[in-house]
Design a protein around this ligand. Structure first.
Ligand code: BDP
Length: 719
């Protein structure tokens, strides 16, 4: 698409957004509402008497358009750009290359070591007046600086004396869309796919630009468009043309496109007899295919691959290793600067081994085999995006390989589109966990930002929760998880709380009451979700297939490792998965200080107790209660917490817009109902083993276990 076309598209979209009034969540955290604090408006107006954006790139056009939208919205006045400052205080945005003013200020001295994406914002005297400078080594750095500057205004901070220097800690910050070519989103709870493959490349839905804006505003710089359970079709010329059209829209916003590569594509598309990664014809096919992709998308990011996992084809079908498979694609991509993100989410039903151990067992022997442009994409925990998992033992264990993080933003196991769950505390728990790989302080965050083992290609991926619902993410609060993911991928040291506060200010209100109430709700939501689903280290207790409601009784299915009984191991003695030496010994995969702590019943954090131990029902917990009573306590605590969230939400009535108020109000009602179902179903089922009563002080279940077991939800989204 031509530069002019993209620029006019951006302007058209921004103009149409401005005319939207209903608070339907479409504008995400880029609402740019009129600021009500007069003193702040005066301060901002004074500093921004003139605006100069230097540079003629599409990115600079996007910067101008965003500033116009934002400042007109927040300050309530028309915005004009000047070529040069004439009188008054000025905001100058430019790189040393594009701006003589920036050069005259010697701003480049501030830009050393800031790379391609870092930026500086500072206030300086300028010809008898004051200038606010946003500068960077590249236009993309300017874009990030602009969004960061706007965030100051959106969150009501002073801009009088600025001195900000910032750059991302992780290089590749991606969303992974599990979107199928037919528009269905696997584990998607916000409608269909955003990508309208049918009308691409001819029709460019304005939402593509808004998607790019939202991502750029939080520093996301890559998007894998298609499901990891991949369809080779996306690699055909017909689809590459469509992908290229999306890449054109995203490019000004610093976002690269990635695709999922189906390992058997040489057979399915190329008509070859094999997809053996060591076969000459196969190597040739991928080399040509990758060359072809780059003719469509010159800055194509690379491939994301799920291989030999849950039925997907892979190198092991030909007796080869994950190393052979990843390197095949890496070799084809290397001349173009592309990377392979090869997933470590592998486990086999045929393997008698504890599922939690399999990825480690398969990948550790390959540590020295991967090419430099291969990243191994590891889920935060060793099972599968559960409400709480200990960190994956691969983190810290592969010194010679670039390991990247895969978080799930879509709430597959956390209430999907219905339950309010703020995920930043989950992300933080994993990032802050200490692997002890090189002694104390070897956190997961330091493994993936490359600092622990000195890796230069670093990455994080978040499985997207975005669909074509008007509000993007289904649940109005679910947008906060997209937001928090982006902020943490940029810098893992932000706290969950500060990210929540920024998000609330930008998305809902500057009213201190709203901030404090909503922040409290968000901050307690994940723990509540753990408590009413799988407290004390229980995991994978959800219903078959859709993963929404409870199903601790699921057993005797074709795959044992997809059943709940495999994980809870409830019997008349106790409950929990023994992963100590007397059991699967998954603990041996952790470094000794971690393994020892988890192995000892006394030092194992109770939140992971049943993850690592099979514990007798009458075991005395730290609270003095028996394990059974503690389990009951936690389940009831979880439902009480959701009721508390619900009561707190009521306090927001009249303080936020009615539309979102009522939407979340209805969803919380469903959440309370579901939480009670989770609690009752699980406790009634586990009671059949513990033989102990649910303490009489608690409200008793209205339905019988049999009734809960009969609940059979059909046609749930995403499954
Ligand atoms: C599981 C999902 C499944 C995904 C798989 C994966 O249920 O839909 O395909 O993860 O990550 O959690 O590959």
């Amino acid at each position: 698409m031509s530069k002019l076309k993209i620029q006019s598209l951006i302007l058209l979209i921004l103009a149409s957004i401005m005319t939207l009034h209903a608070e339907d969540g479409y504008r995400l955290w880029l609402r740019y509402e009129k600021i009500s604090n007069e003193a702040l408006i005066n301060e901002y107006n004074e500093a921004l008497e003139q605006l100069v954006v230097e540079g003629s790139s599409e990115t600079c056009a996007a910067i101008k358009a965003e500033l116009e939208l934002a400042l007109e919205g927040m300050l309530g006045k028309e915005v004009h750009f000047a070529d040069k400052p004439t009188s008054g205080n000025v905001l100058i945005i430019g790189t040393p290359a594009s701006s003589a003013m920036i050069r005259s200020l010697k701003a480049e001295n501030k830009l050393q070591d800031l790379g391609d994406e870092g930026y500086v914002i500072y206030t300086t005297p300028y010809r008898n007046r004051k200038a606010t400078i946003i500068t960077a080594n590249t236009d993309i750095g300017l874009l990030y600086g602009t969004y960061s500057f706007l965030r100051l205004l959106q969150t009501g901070q002073s801009i009088a004396e600025l001195s900000v220097r910032d750059q991302p800690e992780i290089k590749l910050r991606l969303l992974n869309h599990w979107d199928n070519l037919d528009g269905h989103v696997e584990r998607g709870y916000a409608g269909n796919s955003l990508w309208d493959w049918h009308t691409l490349p001819d029709y460019i839905n304005p939402r593509y630009v808004d998607y790019a804006r939202a991502n750029a505003s939080i520093g996301i710089n890559g998007t894998a468009l298609t499901n990891v359970n991949a369809d080779a079709q996306v690699l055909t010329a017909e689809y590459l043309e469509k992908v290229a059209a999306l890449a054109d829209v995203f490019r000004p916003y610093g976002i690269k496109v990635y695709l999922t590569a189906r390992f058997s594509a040489p057979v399915e598309l190329g008509g070859l007899e094999t997809a053996d990664p060591l076969d000459e014809e196969v190597i040739r096919w991928w080399t040509l295919k990758v060359d072809e992709i780059y003719t469509y998308i010159p800055d194509f990011g690379g491939f994301l691959v799920k291989a030999n996992s849950e039925g997907q084809p892979g190198p092991q079908n030909y007796g080869r290793t994950h190393g052979d498979g990843a390197n095949l694609l890496a070799n084809a991509l290397a001349p173009h600067g592309g990377v392979v993100m090869w997933r470590a989410f592998v486990y086999s039903n045929e393997e008698p081994e504890d599922r939690a151990k399999q990825a480690y067992n398969e990948f550790i022997p390959l540590d020295k085999q991967f090419k430099a442009n291969v990243l191994i994409q590891v889920k935060n925990g060793a099972i599968d995006f559960q409400p709480r998992e200990p960190f994956h033992p691969l983190f810290g264990a592969m010194e010679h390989t670039s390991l990247m993080m895969e978080f799930q933003i879509t709430q597959e196991y956390l209430g999907q589109g219905i339950h309010l769950t703020y995920l930043a505390p989950l992300y933080k728990e994993c990032l802050d966990a200490d692997t002890y790989a090189k002694g104390e302080g070897s956190t997961v965050a330091r493994v993936i930002d490359g600092s622990l083992f000195d890796h230069s290609i670093t990455a994080m991926a978040g499985v997207s929760n975005i669909g074509d619902d008007r509000n993007w993410c289904g649940h109005p609060i679910a947008q906060s998880n997209w937001y928090a993911y982006g902020r943490l991928a940029w810098n893992a040291s932000f706290s969950a709380e500060e990210i929540a506060e920024d998000w609330i200010r930008m998305t809902f209100s500057e009213d201190p009451e709203v901030i404090s109430i909503l922040k409290k709700i968000m901050m307690m939501s994940r723990e509540a979700g753990v408590n009413y689903r799988t407290p004390l280290g229980l995991h994978h207790q959800m219903a078959w297939h859709h993963h929404y409601g409870p199903g601790p009784w699921i057993k005797d299915k074709p795959r044992a490792d997809w059943t709940s009984a495999y994980y809870n191991r409830a019997d008349t003695v106790g409950i929990g998965f023994d992963r100590t030496k007397s059991g699967s010994n998954a603990l041996s995969q952790y470094f000794p200080p971690v393994a020892e702590k988890f192995a000892n019943l006394k030092t194992c954090p109770e939140e992971f107790l049943l993850w690592f131990h099979h514990v007798p029902w009458d075991y005395k917990m730290k609270s003095g209660r028996t394990l059974w009573d503690e389990l009951c306590y936690k389940y009831y605590l979880g439902t009480d917490q959701v009721k508390e969230m619900q009561a707190d939400w009521e306090k927001l009535k009249g303080r936020i817009d009615d539309e979102r108020f009522r939407h979340v109000q209805s969803l919380l009602k469903m959440q309370v109902r579901d939480a009670i179902e989770w609690r009752n179903a699980c406790l009634l089922y586990f009671r059949t083993y513990s033989g102990m009563p649910i303490p009489a002080e608690y409200e008793q279940a209205e339905r019988t276990l049999e009734e809960y077991m009969k609940i059979d939800r059909k046609f749930l989204p995403g499954s």
